[in-house]
Design a protein around this ligand. Structure first.
Ligand code: PAF
Length: 317
């Protein structure tokens, strides 16, 4: 990994007279302090800063967020930090894929101006040991589903997101809808901090329907095939919704049936009102519904979700 250097990239801000000869550089910064200074300079020069926080192992889902950020802001920066505070399973943290140089090469191609990283110590310089870091209360949307399956996860997410937002000072920050519950937690955090605007972008899917995820690279070919049953179950559920099914328990049964057919180990397959998060599963007829699933395929834990009463995400598949 080479940090603190620049490489040539596209011609996003090329003045017209410079044509294609003008190249921008992707700035790679190795620590949050230098990133903070870079972002402060951008803002002082009157440029809006769009931000995409990531843990690296970038895929089409991340690149869609960066492209949207590039379209909506003067400059875009991306953080790559595998945040230990949000992993409740040390094995999951250890095997999380990491390839900074490949990530930087992808970011260059989509017109990101700056990428930064850092160590836990650099993000929390006042603290000597990771276990001394006091994590933020992630709020009520962190309860249930992912929050129940991964204790402490959303506290770790909210804590690092606050730190990253304070480093970057973005006007807008971009998150994927694939992590639906995370997007609720982050919106709550942004409301509490008073910034940034949170832009939630549709899930991007492989042609098979499988949602892009950094963890997909850990699947064998057979498991990757098996993993498509998550999206198949969700889209079957959306068809059931469009055919008039509204009862929460009946809908859930449709989803479980599809997942059991696919042979994955289901952790949860649930419905929630996307505008009113509840810990308990709803019963009775639903007005709006987000279907959410978590399952293990071999050793890999995958999540996916789909809004049933809307289909404006089809372009993202
Ligand atoms: O979604 C992720 O990749 C992470 O949870 C995030 C938002 C970068 C925080 O570490």
């Amino acid at each position: 990994m080479i940090l603190g250097t620049s490489v040539s990239t596209g011609n996003r801000h090329a003045p017209a007279h410079c044509g294609s000869l003008f190249t921008m550089t992707l700035v790679r910064l190795p620590d949050p302090e230098r990133a903070r200074r870079w972002c402060a300079e951008q803002r002082a020069d009157g440029r809006s800063v769009g931000f995409v926080p990531t843990m690296g192992a970038l895929h089409e889902g991340h690149l869609a967020l960066v492209r949207r950020a590039v379209a909506e802001n003067d400059v875009v920066c991306v953080s790559i930090f595998v945040n230990p505070l949000q992993f409740n399973d040390p094995k999951d943290l250890a095997r999380y894929p990491r390839d900074f140089d490949a990530d930087a090469a992808q970011l260059e191609r989509v017109g990101c101006e700056m990428v930064f990283s850092g160590t836990l110590q650099q993000f929390f310089p006042k603290v000597k040991q990771a276990d001394q870091i006091v994590t933020r209360d992630p709020g009520p949307c962190a309860e249930g589903l992912e929050g129940a399956s991964r204790p402490g996860h959303f506290g770790g997410v909210a804590t690092i997101c606050e730190r990253l937002f304070r480093v970057v000072g973005p006007g807008r920050a971009y998150f994927g809808e694939k992590d639906f519950q995370q997007s609720l937690v982050v919106k709550q955090l942004a409301r509490e901090l008073g910034f940034p605007e949170i832009v939630v972008c549709p899930t991007v899917r492989e042609p098979s329907g499988l949602a892009y995820s950094s963890r997909n690279v850990l699947l064998t070919d057979a498991e990757r095939q098996q993993a498509t049953c998550l999206s198949k179950a969700l889209f079957a559920l959306r068809r059931a919704w469009h055919n008039g099914k509204r009862d929460a328990i009946e809908l859930r049964t449709v989803m479980l049936h599809e997942l059991e057919h696919g042979g994955v180990q289901v952790e949860y397959a649930e419905l929630r009102d996307p505008h009113a998060w509840t810990v308990e599963s709803p019963t009775g007829p639903m007005l709006r519904a987000q279907a959410l699933v978590a399952a293990r395929v071999g050793k890999v834990r995958l999540i996916d979700n789909l809004r049933l009463d809307r289909d404006d995400d089809v372009g993202a598949q």
